[in-house]
Design a binder for this molecule. Sequence first.
Ligand code: AMP
Length: 214
Amino acid sequence: MNLVLFGPPGAGKGTQAKRLEEAHGITQLSTGEMLRAEVAEGTPVGQRADALMKSGRLVPDDVIVEIVGDRLSREAGRNGFILDGFPRTVPQAEALDRLLASKRLKLDHVVSIEVDDEAMVERITGRFTCANCGAGYHDTFQRPEVEGVCDACGGTEFTRRSDDNEVTVRERLAAYHAETEPVLRHYEAQGLVRKVDGMAGIDEVTRQLEAVIG
Ligand code: AMP
């Protein structure tokens, strides 16, 4: 099964993708995570992307399409993939159509996680993760059971994304409305779009997702 998870920053694409990955053995392909790895390694792509990401703007389409193309080649023949954070522009969606056709792959569903923007600012600015195992937390909605200790692995160091501050989040939401929202129409025309209520709790969103892809 090949899926796209669609929605603004903070909608829960990454959280839900990780759950689907565990439940169905399909691979999460997050362009944001790929770019953060490039930045951390200081590669030429990372050096180009760093300032754009810090300011909440999109990385150029050609850079992203090349990264995704490499990864998709490795996924062909496996159980399937979940695209998280890609495609983010109509040209990226068109490039993806061509990439998939060339590898004789196709998308089964594009799941749109529907949320209110204002709630996204609070969700994103409060989130943090365990530096050791990557478990996700939130200042208001999901604190560790023991303050300062990861519930999952006992780690005591946590990290926050440098682009998860209010100014950058507002830029990211603006980029979403201007450049990413039109992508939904591209897939509506292909009859691939299914909607879930992203304002529901995490487990309920997973239940709705399983129902629409099942
Ligand atoms: P994310 O982890 O999906 O929130 O992505 C973090 C940042 O990486 C975004 O704000 C963009 O700067 C960049 N980025 C991730 N995916 C894409 C994409 N498909 N196209 C352009 N920029 C992207």
